[in-house]
Design a protein around this ligand. Structure first.
Ligand SMILES: O=c1nc[nH]c2c1ncn2[C@H]1C[C@H](O)[C@@H](COP(=O)(O)OP(=O)(O)OP(=O)(O)O)O1
Ligand SMILES: [Mg+2]
Length: 213
């Protein structure tokens, strides 16, 4: 057995993201755990997804002296010139619920035609490791915004986000199906590729040291 062992913290308090991350990493055999609910709140005051992801990952890695992975993500709607973007979680107000954000989005797009309702999810993933350079990776997923939600899976804007080629919303997909195509999964796969290029090629190597060392 090799010494490769990967332990990292998920720097998110979003339980929907935690589920997606844990499902993703279970297949790789990595041990990941979510930060406790009472972890320090990171202020997301950057104007890019990458800026906020780096800030969340680095603050949590520093606080817990462990590698930490963060996602900053959101929805870019073409008819709204890319809004809500980095403000997606706060679209309907500072402590808005998913339902409030979805209601606001449906209202903002009420006059927009079916053909002009295109949008994409964007994810920036940052991996911060004590004493090492932070890595950043991106993923996107194209779709369109419905006039009313469909489905009960997932979180956030999933019920409104339809995949045109499948006529299904993200909330009508299982966790497994969403993780095959989502912006976050694409960004995570890019991150794994970056780690491989750094030399963390897998569990079989005796010399691999794990990403925290
Ligand atoms: O796959 C997704 N399906 C539906 N909605 C999504 C998705 N991915 C991001 N979103 C929305 C949710 C939230 O309105 C915003 C993320 O905001 P963002 O700050 O990154 O996450 P958050 O505040 O919920 O948790 P945290 O910062 O602790 O990771 O974009
Ligand atoms: Mg947030």
């Amino acid at each position: 057995m090799g010494q490769f062992q990967t332990k990292l913290l998920l720097a998110t308090k979003n339980q929907g993201k935690v589920k997606e991350f844990q499902h993703f990493f279970a297949e790789l055999g990595w041990h990941v755990e979510a930060v406790p609910q009472d972890a320090p709140d990171v202020v997301e005051d950057k104007d890019t997804f990458a800026g906020n992801a780096i800030k969340k990952a680095e603050e949590i890695a520093k606080a817990y002296h462990m590698p930490a992975l963060a996602d900053d993500s959101g929805l870019e709607v073409d008819a709204l010139q890319g809004r809500p973007g980095v403000y997606s979680a706060r679209y309907a107000g500072e402590h808005a619920t998913d339902v409030e954000n979805n209601t606001k989005l449906v209202g903002e797009l009420a006059e927009v035609s079916d053909e002009s309702r295109t949008a994409r999810f964007v994810s920036a993933i940052a991996l911060a490791r004590p004493g090492q350079e932070t890595l950043v990776s991106f993923g996107t997923l194209d779709g369109a915004i419905l006039r009313a939600g469909r489905g009960t899976q997932g979180f956030g804007y999933d019920p409104l986000f339809v995949l045109p080629d499948r006529d299904k919303t993200l909330a009508e997909l299982s966790l497994e199906e969403k993780n095959l195509i989502s912006h976050r999964a694409k960004a995570l796969r890019g991150m794994i590729e970056m780690l491989k290029m750094e030399g963390h090629t897998g569990a079989e190597s005796e010399t691999d040291k794990g990403i925290g060392e």
